[in-house]
Structure formats: C-alpha cells, structure tokens
Write a protein that binds this ligand. Structure first.
Ligand code: PLP
Length: 360
C-alpha cells in the first residue's frame, strides 16, 4: 500500500488515523458483530454514535445551547434552496458574490424571492474579498449570505461583513473546523463535509433556534424544513449514518490534536510555506490578493497553460496528486485541508523548486 499526497479540493484527504480506525471497525463495530453500515439508525449503538458526534462538534466549536446541530443530506448545494425556503419570511435576502458557490446560492434564492447582490468581486475574477464594512443592506432583508471560504478561487473572509443587525448565513464548506469560530456571530453556518470533515453525503447545519419555525415558504417539502430535522435530532428519516460516524471520528481527531486554535496554528504554518515560496518564485504566481488568501485552497499559475499541464502531470508522478485547478479557472490549486500533513506541503514546495529550475 502506498498513500499519495492528495491535494484534491473535495472529496479530499482525511486523517490516516481515522481511516485506519474505521478499517479496524469495519466488520465488527465495538463488539456489535456488524459494521456501522449495517446497523439500524434506531439502535442504541448508533444513537450513541450520532449523539457523541454532535457533542464533540459542540465542544470543538463551542456551540451555544441555543443553536441546533443538524446532520443532513443533499450536499452543500441543497442548502442553496433550503435557506431561502426556511428563512425568507419577507422574501428578501442580500448576497455577497465572491465566487461560483456564492453565485449559485444567489441564483437559487431568486426562485424564492428577491435576492440582491449587494457586493461582488467578479470584476477581478473573484481574486479578492470586497470591503463589506458598509454595504447597502436591505432594510427588510431576512438574512445576509456569504461563502466564507471560496474553494475555487482561494479567497477567505478575514473579517465578517457588517450585516447591520441582519442574520448572517455562511457557507463554510471548505473552511469548516480549520480555525476557531464565534458561532454567535451567525444565524446559520453550514458546510458539506467532504472538504475538511468527512466523506461526501453529509452536510452539517448549525442554526440558531429562533430561525427554526413552521413558517416556511408555501410548498416547502417536509424533508427540506429545518424544523423536521431539528425536532427529530437529525433522525427524522435514515440519516447518512456511516458518513456521520466518520465525521465523529474526525471530530475526536481534532480534539486530540488540540482543537481549533491548534488546527489554525498548523494550517497557518502550512499555508505560509506555500505562499512564501509563491511570493519569491520567478515561475509560479499566486492568483489571490494577499489579504484575502485562504489557508485551505491555494491557486497558482505559471502563466503558460502547457507548462501548467506539465507541472500537474509530473507532480502526480511524484505522488503529489489532484493539483489541477478548477475546470473553470485552469492553472493549479493545492488544497491543504486539516488532514494534509505538513510534510505534504514541504514535498510540494520542494518539487516546485525543482520544476522551476528545470523549466524557468
Ligand atoms: C464544494 C462546495 C459546495 C458544493 O458542495 P456539494 O456538497 O457538492 O453540493 C458548495 N460550497 C462550497 C464553498 C464548496 O466548496
């Protein structure tokens, strides 16, 4: 067996320790004589798994008691509709457009009400986060929406927008659990877990209780009401049971590593290695404005498409895989999530130096 350094944006690298543990428990989960995959979601054993996962997540993120944690399906994209269906009481919401995921969410919201784009960084191919200190927030906005870390473009909000008292809703798919977060600043935080937390198939929603109501838009399906899942503690129907079990293991791994402030410290160290090299390189260039740089997704280019392709191919031969940029932007992107070891980033930079010498 040989594992590669996997720089995929998602589904992405998971802690090897977690995978090994899951492998050990595959045929017989803690004496139950069965795999978690085979287990009733109504069993006591599974109930313990999901409860413990929620408890550990609450500990790590310091989630206040007046927030619910929901383990749902449908990926992050399902939330693009679920958010307006549940929160658009006045049928007005303000969106900050910092990339394709924010744009998709904004387009989806237009089906349900008036979704205003109150700021955008599309003028410079989403290479920065706009100044959000004094935006024209709509007086009757039900919420202000951001995509906090832009997976494709490699930008991250360093300060949250001034929502002028309106509820903040954030897609944190690609920065979930990468650093400490003050949950009280948000009404709703959500993320597909396949970027930084677990296997695809689970989306976690952290939502303030007063936002969970029966008063959803007409025709909202039962399955798409937060209340349905909140009332049933995420067990209204069969949840993505195995995926939640793996997420639970990742939460324990993060705890053991020292929690979110430690994750941030390690993530900053990893990102610095790569950004410092990019800033000094004659061949490679980062594509993002410095003060908007993501710790998780690092896009870069050589400025020559053929050379980019050559780099991606030769890197893969060295066990540094999935470095190709998103299909819509080209170039390269190194996603260096929590589970990417520092050695992976060091290896990558070493290889970039060698490539630069040979092709510079
Ligand atoms: C990947 C991603 C999505 C889409 O996730 P799905 O689970 O595939 O729907 C949405 N938002 C962000 C920020 C992402 O990185």
């Amino acid at each position: 067996m040989s594992r590669v350094y996997n720089f995929s944006a998602g589904p992405a690298v998971l802690p090897e320790e977690v995978l090994r543990e899951a492998a050990d428990e595959m045929l017989d989960y803690q004496g139950s004589g069965m795999s978690v995959m085979e287990m009733s979601h109504r069993s006591k054993t599974y109930d313990n798994i999901i409860k413990e996962a929620e408890k550990d997540l609450r500990d790590i993120m310091n989630i206040p008691d007046n927030y619910k944690v929901l383990f749902l399906q449908g990926g992050a994209s399902q939330q693009f509709a679920m958010i307006p269906m549940n929160l658009m009481k006045n049928k007005v919401a303000d969106y900050i457009i910092t990339g394709q995921w924010a744009k998709k969410a904004w387009k989806e919201a237009q089906i349900y009400g008036k979704a205003n784009a109150i700021a955008s960084s599309e003028d410079k191919t989403f290479s920065y986060i706009p100044d959000c200190s004094d935006l024209p927030i709509s007086e009757d906005a039900d919420y202000v929406y951001i995509c906090e870390n832009n997976t494709i473009y490699g930008t991250k909000f360093k300060t949250l927008p001034n929502t002028k008292g309106k509820t903040l809703v954030a897609d944190v798919s690609s920065c979930f659990l990468s650093e400490p977060v003050d949950v009280t600043k948000y009404g709703l935080i959500y993320g597909g877990v396949q970027k930084n937390v677990g296997p695809a198939g689970v989306v976690i929603v952290i939502i303030r209780e007063d936002l969970i109501t029966e008063d959803t838009l007409p025709m909202t399906p039962t399955m798409l009401k937060y209340k349905t899942h909140a009332d049933a503690d995420s067990l209204y129907n069969t949840p993505p049971a195995y995926g939640i079990y793996i997420c639970g293991k990742v939460f324990k791994w993060i705890k053991k590593m020292g929690g979110l402030s430690k994750m941030k410290e390690i993530n900053e160290k990893k990102a610095k290695i790569l950004y410092d090299f990019l800033d000094g390189s004659k061949l490679f260039k980062g594509t993002v404005e410095k003060d908007s740089r993501s710790l998780m997704n690092v896009p870069f280019v050589t400025g020559n498409e053929e050379l980019d392709a050559k780099f991606v191919k030769e890197a893969a031969a060295e066990g540094l895989v999935s470095l190709k940029g998103h299909r819509t932007v080209g170039g390269m992107r190194a996603s260096i999530y929590n589970a990417m070891p520092i050695e992976g980033v060091e290896k990558l930079v070493e290889f970039m130096k060698k490539f630069e010498k040979e092709n510079g």
